[in-house]
Design a protein around this ligand. Sequence first.
Ligand code: NAP
Ligand code: MG
Length: 502
Amino acid sequence: MSSPQPSESKTPRKYQLFIDGKWVDAESGKTFETPNPATGETLAEVAEADKADVDKAVVAARKAYEGKWGKMSARDRGRLLYKLSQLIEEHSQELAELETADNGKPIRESQYVDLPQVVENFEYFAGWATKIEGETIPVPGQMFNYTLREPLGVCGQIIPWNFPLLMAAWKLAPALAAGNTVVLKPAEQTPVGIMELGKLFQEAGFPDGVVNFLPGYGETAGAALAAHPGIDKIAFTGSTEVGKLIARAASDNLTKVSLELGGKAPNIIFADADIEQAVNGAMMGIYFNQGQVCCAGSRLFVAAEIKDQFLERLTEKSKNVKVGNPMDSGTHMGPQVSAEQLDRIKGYVDIARGEGATVLTGGEPPQLDEEFQKGYFFQPTIFGEVKNQMRVAQEEIFGPVVSAITFENEDDLLKQANETIYGLSAGIWTKDITRAHRFAKAIHAGTVWINTYNMFNAASPFGGFKQSGYGREMGRHALAMYTEVKSVWIDLSGKPIGWFGK
Ligand code: NAP
Ligand code: MG
């Protein structure tokens, strides 16, 4: 593995599919290009998987499940996962640079957030491999009842482009710890880090076919995976719209589904909040990863008493956010991931204006040096005078664009905060602990942050209420998504069953 060099921009990297422990071309021979979103230059040329490759990978994953991997002790599985976490840590600088080159996120985020959390997740679930246990149930009479917790088999995993390696880690680590095998499709925009991860799986010594990585398009490779009768589970992270397609595709085979989907999180600033802390929290909520975060605090509810003071300070600080070369350690925001995402954000600026909202700052791409003129950059943007029913307050924009909504009192606030199809996360900023806990309980969301935002740990569950999805990633809860429970009954009396006579 080697870091992307400036001179490399002219010679794209090349990646094949990773199936059954081997690097192979797509059956069709097709490839696609993935650009560096900061410059528009081609970063890599990648084999394009389709249905035939999915079929091959599912066969390989089944063979591994029924063969070496299925027979391996939990301890050995855990050791392999731990070895992988160490290899990722050793290569984390190169991987961070590649992640930034492929996705556009600032290098300080790849280095200090994404990669450390990738390592943490593999390490955490390595420990779980030997701790997945059944229970004994105190049933009445001369009976003994216990449960076994077994792996599901072959898992399909489809992941998005916003945290490519981290989303892969959230899904691979618990699936493998529980003893499953995996066929994973990265997002078409960001396959590079995941293909490099394939090399580390090989180096760690995982048996062939335990993981198979199939870069390709959603409508082809992704759809073939979700509808495949040979998989036992499909796990998806991405848009709610595609999540519904996945659930439909899986329904024909009743394949188990877990979905981590969109959000439109309320980030609530009460009048008694520490203003500076809350302003920084609002920025963390929306500008982190260029706003391309499913739990982004994109609906900013501000108490009427402090609205002017708060938005003034937020606007001032937003103007100082450094947007530019993501490889520069001083950069706060890099480009959006793609031209499509940039267009989508621009479209929402027009929609906001059309709906009567005001643009307090941003609303357009920044002026940057020649080298970055073809990049997909956008300025930190605040919409003022937003009403909760407006499209910019209801639809996931997935950019550094926040809608500020004023509230008068707690009842009015709670009603609006919960008035959304989503329920992934929420933020609360207040010094009043009873109010903080009251709201944490009343908000319909899978994660609530109090006087902080975007905190994650491999041990803490993450997932959505309502249309934000099914299931929980990370923590012990993730293991429930990758295991089946079997209940075993044993007669202790030694007597024949007399129910139908002697
Ligand atoms: P998306 O279409 O939901 O993509 C997520 C993953 O699903 C990608 O791997 C994608 O493959 C795949 N996919 C797409 N169509 C599929 C299908 N019919 N069957 C199976 N898999 C399929 O998201 P997007 O188009 O990249 O982004 C659109 C919007 O989704 C964003 O603006 C944002 O609102 C939301 N989003 C949310 C999250 C999140 O974490 N909740 C993440 C990303 C995007 P391809 O990449 O090859 O299309
Ligand atoms: Mg790319």
